[in-house]
Design a protein around this ligand. Structure first.
Ligand SMILES: [Zn+2]
Length: 450
């Protein structure tokens, strides 16, 4: 075999979940060929000097919504500017829609428009009429399926009968079920009551979706998953109250994996009060005590992944809060926010950051070690990161169609120099270099969790 390399990234601090080493990284074709203390630059067509920089695996964001204001193309562009290299999108089959058709459309659309590799989760809004298609989805490389335990009034909610039925079928296929865990009927009642009483929706938003009703739904989902033998993934844990049931289940060996998002670690209801509908997300932003507990849960392995829940919607600060849609743009800021508040802030170590943002998400969905790490044979999906550059977060310099960020005006230290996927530069010097349509659909596999 030729000794030739296409690229050497020289002199960087290479970070994996195992630690940090001063290494050169050689790329041949789409793969990392070698990582060594010293590679001869004469072997490579191109050399990138990464002296003093961090070289991180690209972020694997397993919670994204490529609809709303960022489509399959737009979300990948804003993601790449934030250091993400692989996404697993939620493909929602609304009532009346076929699951398999929806998944095929998302896959085909992404293959045309995306600048980043991606996989899909199925999202079922009508399990009764969509469940029979689940085994076909497995054959397409889609092995994880989400339902909502909340949003009953929006007709998005799956009741316990059909949640149990879904878990039963998915378990038999060795797949994974994800739930949005909030008690939908109770939160709807509280919302109706507060509305009737004419209370300020902004001021009562957290009280309408209280932490105990999130922990209750989480605990119920874990129980149903245990009974059916299904592996459970719980996106966007937002509350300290979620951690105790998670820890108890994990101590008993139940297969439940908890995610949280940068916004639940770093923002509170103070933001909701300040920007109103722009910060209307579900579950809601909570308290500084919740932030602190979630950082602790992330550090002690109760929570195992960070994802963005990127869902930019058309909202203005003056919009009616009750009518406003749930969701916020997050994918471009996620690594910066986690680096600044997590690593610089002394909440988590750099290897732990890589574990929760790259390695573990890739492992859970069967993409590891091709994705999610830096080692010989892995896809050359990486980020070159300047840990010293201080900048101010602002929507004006971001690429989402949302037109706002909940982090507007925050000064942070740590910035992206380059995003690379399979050896191709995607973003460099703040500019998109890649073209759409050169991506691979990533079939997931969760059978190793059984
Ligand atoms: Zn979401």
């Amino acid at each position: 075999m030729s000794d030739k390399l296409n690229l050497i990234i020289k002199g960087g601090l290479v970070v994996t979940g195992a630690g940090v080493t001063r290494s050169d990284l050689g790329v041949r074709g789409e793969k990392i060929a070698e990582i060594a203390p010293e590679l001869n630059v004469a072997r490579a067509d191109r050399v990138i000097d990464a002296t003093g920089k961090l070289v991180l695996p690209g972020v694997v964001d397993v919670h994204t919504h490529p609809v709303y204001l960022d489509d399959m193309g737009g979300i990948s562009v804003t993601a790449a500017h934030g250091g993400v290299t692989t996404m697993i999108h939620y493909a929602y089959a609304k009532p009346g829609m076929k699951l398999v058709d929806t998944l095929s459309q998302f896959r085909d659309d992404g293959l045309k428009k995306s600048v980043l590799d991606f996989g899909l989760h199925g999202g079922l809004f009508d399990v009764e009429h969509q469940l029979a298609e689940v085994p076909t989805a497995f054959k397409m490389g889609i092995t994880s399926f989400k339902v909502f335990m909340t949003y009953a009034k929006l007709k998005w909610m799956t009741d316990d009968y059909w949640l149990t039925a879904l878990m039963d079928v998915v378990a038999s296929e060795h797949g994974l079920v994800a739930v949005h865990a909030e008690n939908g009927l109770a939160t709807d009642y509280l919302e109706d009551k507060f509305l009737r009483e004419g209370r300020s929706p902004v001021g009562t938003f957290t009280a309408m979706r209280p932490d105990l009703l999130e922990a209750e739904a989480l605990n119920r989902a874990m129980s149903l998953a245990k009974v059916t033998g299904c592996v459970l993934y719980v996106p966007h844990n937002s509350a300290a109250a979620c951690l105790e049931p998670l820890r108890r289940a994990q101590a008993q060996g139940w297969k439940v994996y908890g995610e949280t998002c940068p916004q639940y670690l770093t923002l509170t209801e103070e933001t909701t009060l300040r920007v109103g509908p722009l910060a209307k997300i579900g579950p809601p932003l909570r308290t500084p005590q919740d932030n602190a507990a979630l950082w602790q849960g992330l550090a002690d392995d109760t929570l195992v992944t960070i994802a963005s829940d990127h869902a930019p919607k058309d909202k203005k600060p003056g919009d009616d809060f009750f009518q406003a849609a749930y969701g916020s743009p997050q994918i471009e800021t996620m690594l910066t926010v986690m680096y600044h508040y997590g690593v610089n802030g002394g909440k988590i170590s750099l290897p732990r950051l890589v574990q929760v943002m790259s390695e573990t998400p890739a492992k859970l969905f069967g993409l590891y070690p091709r994705k999610g790490t830096l080692q010989g044979g892995s896809d050359a999906d990486l980020v070159i990161w300047d840990s010293t550059r201080t900048h101010t977060l602002a929507a004006a310099s971001q690429h989402s169609g949302a037109g706002y960020t909940l982090y507007e005006g925050r000064e942070v230290t740590g910035a992206l120099d380059m995003t690379m996927q399979r050896g191709r530069v995607i973003v460099e010097g703040g500019h998109l270099v890649a073209r759409p349509g050169q991506v691979y659909f990533q079939p997931t596999n969760t059978s190793h969790l059984y």
